[in-house]
Design a binder for this molecule. Structure first.
Ligand code: NAP
Ligand code: GDD
Length: 342
C-alpha cells in the first residue's frame, strides 16, 4: 500500500514542491487547506491534480485531529505558517497563534490519534513521523558564522520567536513522548513559485516589469542584508530525507554561501541585460524594526548524515526566476495567480 503524507501549507511554495516530490516517490499525498472558499486551493488543484484535500486550520485543534483521523498519515509535514517576517510585527498575536501554537496543535493531534499518553516511556511515541518547518530566522542576530545545529537562537521578529517556540516544542515532544518529530532549520529558499512579497520574487518581477516597459523603477529596503539563498525544489528533498532517517534529529539546510540583497539585484538586472543602478530606489519605509543582518548555513551534518546537497546555484536560481517572470508577464499572466505556476 502507498505511504500516506499529510502536508499543511499545501497552497504555499514549499507545499507544492514537496507534494510533487512525494508523488514522484509513490506517496498518496493529502494537503490540509483552510477556509470555506480559499481561492489558492482550486488553483493548487490545477497544478497538483493528484493531491487530495482535507479541510483544516492550524488555529483549530479539532480540525487537525479530524484531519489526522481521516488521512491516517505515515508522515506529517507542518509547513503551514504566517511566513512573511514584516507581517509578524503587524499581526504579532496571529503569528504566534498560527506559526507557534499551530505546531502545538498539530503535535497534539498526532499524539492523541496515535494513542500516546502522558507518562509513557520514550520510544512509545506512535508511528506517525512529524516534520516541522523551522527557520534560520531563529538565529536572528547571529552569534557565529556559519550557523549550525548547535548555534544559539536570538530571534529578531515575532515570526522568529514563534518559530523558536515550535522548534523547541518539536524537540520536547520527541523527548517527552518518544515521537519521531524533527525540525529542518531551513535557510531562505526561493523559486518561480515564491510569494511576490519576498525580496527575490519582488526583484525578479520588478526586473521583468521594467524590461517589458510595464514599470520604471523598483523600490527596495535594506540592500546590505545578506542571506543564504537556495532553490526550494532542492530543499523539499531534505525534508523527506529527514523523515526517512534511522533516528529523529534536527538538521540545518542551506548552501553555505551568502549574498547581499545588492548582489541579488545586480544579478537579476544583469540576467535581463539591464543596469540596476538606473532603476532601483531605496525606501526607508521598507526597512524592518529589527533586521537580521546576515544568515549563512553550515549544512555539513545534512551532507554527511543524509547525503543531501543543493543542486541549483545562486546564479542559476536568479536566472530561472527572471526568465519565468519575463515569460509570465509577456503572456499577460497574473503573478498572484498560482495556477500560472511553472
Ligand atoms: P508560504 O508560501 O508563505 O506558505 C505558507 C502556507 O501556510 C500557505 O499554504 C498558507 O495557506 C498556510 N497557512 C497560513 N495560515 C494557515 C492556517 N491558519 N492554517 C493552515 N495553513 C495556514 O511559505 P513557504 O515559503 O512555502 O514556507 C513553508 C514553511 O517553511 C513555512 O512554515 C515557513 O515559515 C517555513 N520556512 C520557509 C523558508 C523559505 O525560505 N521559504 C525558510 C525557512 C522556513 P493559505 O492558502 O491558507 O494562506
Ligand atoms: N521582502 C522584502 N522586500 N525584503 C527586502 C526588501 C523588500 O523590498 N528590501 C530589502 N529586503 C531585505 C529584508 O530586509 C531582508 O533582510 C531580506 O531582504 C530578505 O527578506 P525576505 O525575502 O522577506 O525574507 P526573510 O529573510 O525575511 O524571510 C524568509 O526567509 C526565512 C528563512 O531565513 C521567509 O521565507 C521566512 O518565512 C523564512 O523563515
Amino acid at each position: 500500500m502507498a505511504r500516506r503524507a499529510l502536508i499543511t501549507g499545501i497552497t504555499g511554495q514549499d507545499g507544492s514542491y514537496l507534494a510533487e516530490h512525494l508523488l514522484e516517490q509513490g506517496y498518496e499525498v493529502w494537503g490540509l487547506a483552510r477556509g470555506q472558499a480559499n481561492p489558492r486551493v482550486s488553483r493548487m488543484r490545477k497544478l497538483l491534480t493528484e493531491v487530495r484535500v482535507v479541510r483544516g486550520d492550524l488555529l483549530d485543534q479539532g480540525s487537525l485531529i479530524s484531519a489526522v483521523e481521516r488521512v491516517q498519515p505515515d508522515e506529517v509535514y507542518n509547513l503551514g505558517a504566517i511566513s512573511f517576517v514584516p507581517m509578524s510585527w503587524e499581526q504579532a498575536e496571529l503569528t504566534a497563534e498560527v506559526t507557534g501554537m499551530g505546531v502545538l496543535r498539530m503535535l497534539e493531534a498526532i499524539r492523541v490519534c496515535s494513542g500516546v499518553s502522558r507518562g509513557v516511556s520514550p520510544g512509545a511515541g506512535g508511528q506517525i513521523r512529524f516534520y516541522q518547518a523551522s527557520s534560520s530566522e531563529m538565529f536572528g542576530q547571529v552569534s557565529e558564522t556559519p550557523q549550525n545545529e548547535r548555534t544559539a537562537f536570538h530571534p529578531r521578529s515575532p515570526y522568529g520567536v514563534a518559530k523558536a517556540y515550535g522548534h523547541f516544542l518539536t524537540q520536547n515532544y520527541r523527548e517527552s513522548y518518544g515521537m519521531f518529530a524533527v525540525s529542518g532549520i531551513l535557510f531562505n529558499h526561493e523559486s518561480p513559485r515564491r510569494g511576490a512579497e519576498f525580496v527575490t520574487r519582488k526583484v525578479s518581477l520588478g526586473v521583468a516589469r521594467i524590461k517589458l516597459g510595464l514599470a520604471g523603477e523598483l523600490r527596495l529596503g535594506n540592500l546590505e542584508a545578506r542571506r543564504d539563498w537556495g532553490y526550494a525544489g532542492d530543499y523539499v528533498k531534505a525534508m523527506h530525507l529527514m523523515l526517512q532517517a534511522g533516528r529523529a534529529e534536527d538538521y540545518v539546510i542551506g548552501t553555505g554561501r551568502m549574498k547581499s540583497v545588492r548582489e541579488l539585484v545586480e544579478a537579476a538586472f544583469s540576467a535581463a541585460g539591464l543596469d540596476w543602478e538606473q532603476y532601483v530606489v531605496t525606501d526607508q519605509t521598507l526597512h524592518r524594526p529589527a533586521e537580521v543582518d546576515l544568515l549563512c548555513a553550515d549544512p555539513k551534518k545534512a551532507r554527511v548524515q543524509l547525503g543531501w546537497e543543493p543542486r541549483v546555484s545562486f546564479d542559476e536560481l536568479v536566472a530561472m526566476m527572471v526568465e519565468a517572470d519575463l515569460r509570465l508577464l509577456a503572456d499577460g499572466g497574473d503573478p498572484h495567480d498560482d495556477s500560472s505556476w511553472p
